[in-house]
Design a binder for this molecule. Structure first.
Ligand code: 8YV
Length: 318
C-alpha cells in the first residue's frame, strides 16, 4: 500500500465540478477551513505538509506560508494571485502555480456579456418582465446605446484583455488600450494616459491584474473622463476601481453605466449600486462555466501531481 502525499487545502473548491473529490482521491488532505482556530490547527498539523492547494479568492498569506515548515509548493485554482504572498513564498523557496489561459475565453465572453447587458439595459428589462411590467416599458426603460461600431478601451492588455479586444472585430469596434507599456505585437492603438483612453472610449473594460499597483487605477478623474454616456465594465478585480467614486459618479449622472462582475469588498455590494437602474451586477462568475472550471481544476491538479513527481510545476508564477 502506498501512502498518499499529505497536502493542505485552504478552503472548499465547491465552485469546481470535482476538485474536492479528486483531491481527496489522490491526497491525504488536511482541510484547513474546517478548523475554527486556524493558527492552532497549523501549529498542530502543519508539520509534514509539503503542498498547499488554494484559490485566487482564498489565497495564501505570509502567516500560512511561514506556519508550514516543510512547505515546497502552492498550487492555486485561478489565474489571479494577488492574494498569495509571492515574496513570502520566494523567501522560503516555495514554488507557486496558477491556472492561466484556460479561463481566458470565458472571462472575455462574460466581459462582452456585461458590455451588451449594460448598453442594452438587459438587467432592467429582465426586472420589468419578471415584475409583470411589460406594458410600462415605454417611457420607463430609457433607450439603450448601440454597441456595434463604437470605441472600446481596454485597461490591461494581457491574455484576457487581448481576448476581449479580439472580440471587438466582430462588432466593428475600434480598440485602444492602456497598459504599463505599449505592446509591439498587437494591432490596437496604445494610450499612455488612462484619462486619454477614457475620454476617447465609449466602453472601458477593466482587465488588468489586481493588487496594490493597480488599486484605484480607475479613479474619479478616469470615471468622469468616460462620462455620462460611458459604460465601464470590470471583470478583473474590484479594487482596481475606486468604488466610492464610481457610486458617486453614477448618482450624479457623471457616468452612464457600470457593469460589474467584481467588487471592492466582495461579497459586499454597495446599496447604491444595487438600487441603481444603471448597473449590471454579477457575483464574480467570470470563469464559472462547466468547461472552464473543469479545465482550471485539471490544471491545478496537474501542477500538484507534477510537483510530487518531479519537484517542478507546469504553470509556475514567475
Ligand atoms: C475564480 C478568478 O473564479 O481566476 C481568477 O483569478 O478570479 C476566478 O477565476 C475565483 O477567483 C476563484 O477563487
Amino acid at each position: 500500500m502506498t501512502t498518499k502525499p499529505r497536502i493542505l487545502q485552504v478552503g472548499s473548491l465547491s465552485g469546481s465540478p470535482s476538485a474536492n473529490q479528486r483531491l481527496a482521491n489522490d491526497y491525504d488532505v488536511f482541510e484547513l477551513w474546517k478548523h475554527g482556530d486556524r493558527k492552532a490547527a497549523l501549529t498542530d498539523h502543519g508539520k509534514g505538509i509539503t503542498a498547499v492547494v488554494t484559490s485566487a479568492t482564498m489565497g495564501a498569506d505570509a502567516d500560512l506560508i511561514n506556519a508550514l515548515p516543510d512547505l515546497k509548493a502552492i498550487c492555486s485554482w485561478g489565474v489571479g494571485y494577488e492574494t498569495i504572498d509571492i515574496q513570502a513564498a520566494r523567501a522560503r523557496g516555495v514554488l507557486v502555480s496558477n491556472t492561466p489561459d484556460v479561463l481566458t475565453d470565458c472571462v472575455a465572453d462574460l466581459a462582452w456579456g456585461l458590455m451588451i447587458a449594460g448598453a442594452r439595459r438587459m438587467s432592467l428589462g429582465d426586472r420589468f418582465v419578471r415584475a409583470g411590467r411589460w406594458g410600462q416599458v415605454h417611457g420607463n426603460i430609457p433607450l439603450g446605446t448601440r454597441v456595434s461600431g463604437k470605441k472600446l478601451g481596454v485597461i490591461g492588455l494581457g491574455r484576457i484583455g487581448q481576448a476581449i479586444a479580439r472580440r471587438g472585430d466582430g462588432f466593428d469596434m475600434e480598440v485602444r488600450y492602456h497598459n504599463r507599456r505599449a505592446r509591439s505585437d498587437v494591432p490596437y492603438g496604445y494610450e499612455a494616459s488612462l484619462i486619454d483612453l477614457a475620454t476617447w472610449a465609449d466602453f472601458l473594460v477593466v482587465a488588468t491584474v489586481g493588487g496594490p499597483e493597480t488599486r484605484h487605477l480607475v479613479n474619479q478623474q478616469v470615471i468622469e473622463a468616460l462620462g455620462p454616456k460611458g459604460i465601464i465594465v470590470n471583470i478583473a478585480r474590484g479594487p482596481v476601481i475606486d468604488e466610492q467614486a464610481l457610486t458617486t459618479a453614477l448618482e450624479n449622472g457623471k457616468l452612464g453605466c457600470a457593469a460589474l462582475d467584481v467588487f471592492e469588498y466582495e461579497p459586499k455590494v454597495p446599496e447604491a449600486l444595487i438600487d441603481s437602474d444603471n448597473t449590471v451586477l454579477l457575483p464574480h462568475i467570470g470563469s464559472a462555466t462547466y468547461e472552464t472550471r473543469l479545465a482550471m481544476e485539471d490544471l491545478m491538479l496537474e501542477n500538484l501531481a507534477s510537483y510530487f513527481q518531479s519537484g517542478k510545476l507546469v504553470t509556475p508564477v514567475e
